[in-house]
Design a protein around this ligand. Structure first.
Ligand SMILES: *Cc1c(COP(=O)(O)O)cnc(C)c1O
Length: 350
């Protein structure tokens, strides 16, 4: 189904355009001033997010980055420490916002190959009440774990990680940008994954196709504080129902089709496997991401290959030296997968 211009864009699921149904809903959405809590469409979206995550309250935010930042700022004060993975989005791709804007100190532990943070490492990262230590206040877990292969972390693991963090007096925030992908892959509900955590952020603007927005969910008290910080950061929006309308459809219509993206990722990986000079890495796809590498001594750079593919109408992402990331989504169908395999084969085998 590619985009209308025929481009197959696999760089990310953030590239998804809203559907025609979303555009129509946006045009028709009842609105009000959301800073006054008077936008009926935003209120409806926040209620729906509460239902899906099982948390008490929810807040519509401009982006996943803003949701994670606000969560960290509610859980931590200036000078407090937040424990997170070295492959976590908050460490890698959020411009250091928790430190720059929140005064929060990151404490890094390695992500294991399966995307988890080892329970022993969480325990060791915790710092006791010594005069020299910043207070350890927060653990951030990411599910699915993007950089580790889009891996879903099991409900059991979520409970284990939260149990150890809570026993040490730390709160737990879930970067659940793709928590619905995780839920589909694990055959459970998003709420099952969210039970052990204190707060969760999920994105409407990735595989769920909404043009803008993420949801932050937690207790009433947490969301009350989050609402104030959102305003402080300049994220208080007015007639936001225009964009929330697309978010409603994102949750209602797009969640249950995510397994199609997962199947397309599996088919893509299976087709790529046969190509000489290319190796699938980070495990077989369990959700909507395929990672592959070219050999270190490959005669062309990854950048050159990316450009050659672009000239053939296939856009791919680079996720490290010699490493490619391809993400399937609503605008990629089986035909696009087949074409992508053919084009990559032509370009790589030359
Ligand atoms: C995309 C993403 C975010 C941030 O979302 P934006 O809306 O792009 O700011 C956070 N965490 C993970 C794991 C992501 O993939």
């Amino acid at each position: 189904m590619a985009f209308k211009n025929g481009i197959i864009d696999l760089r990310s699921d953030t590239v998804t355009h809203p559907t025609d149904e979303m555009r129509a809903a946006m045009a028709a959405a009842p609105v009000g001033d959301d800073v006054y809590n008077e936008d009926p469409t935003v209120i409806q979206l926040e209620k729906l997010a509460v239902g899906k995550t099982g948390k008490e309250a929810a807040l519509f935010v401009a982006s996943g980055t803003m949701g994670n930042l606000i969560a960290a700022m509610v859980h931590c004060g200036r000078g407090d420490e937040a424990v997170m993975g070295t492959s976590g989005h908050t460490f890698l791709h959020e411009v250091g916002g928790i430190s720059a804007l929140g005064g929060i100190f990151p404490s890094l532990i390695p992500n294991q190959e399966d995307g988890t943070l080892a329970i022993e490492d969480i325990q060791k990262a915790y710092r006791d009440d010594d005069i020299h230590h910043p207070p350890s206040r927060l653990l951030i877990v990411e599910n699915t774990q993007n950089q580790c292969g889009g891996i879903p972390l099991s409900v059991d693991y979520m409970h284990s990680a939260a149990t150890i963090a809570h026993s040490l007096g730390m709160s737990v925030h879930l970067d659940g940008a793709r928590v619905f992908n995780a839920a589909k892959a694990l055959n459970c509900s998003a709420a099952d994954i969210c039970v052990p955590v204190d707060s969760v952020m999920f994105c409407l603007s990735k595989g769920l196709c909404a043009p803008i927005g993420s949801m932050l969910c937690g207790t009433q008290e947490f969301i009350g504080k989050a609402r104030k910080i959102r305003k402080q950061l300049g994220g208080g929006m007015r007639q936001a129902g225009i964009i929330a309308a697309a978010g409603l459809l994102a949750i209602e219509k797009m969640v249950d089709r995510l397994p199609e993206d997962h199947q397309n990722a599996k088919d893509l990986a299976a087709g790529l496997k046969g190509i000489r000079g290319l190796t699938i890495v980070k495990g077989g796809p369990q959700t909507n991401m395929v990672f592959f590498r070219i050999a270190r001594d490959f005669p062309r750079t990854a950048d050159a290959i990316k450009e050659q593919l672009k000239a053939r109408g296939v856009l791919v992402g680079l996720s490290g030296p010699g490493e490619f990331r391809l993400v399937t989504h609503y605008w990629i169908n089986a035909e696009d997968v087949a074409k992508t395999i053919r084009e990559i084969k032509t370009v790589i085998e030359g």
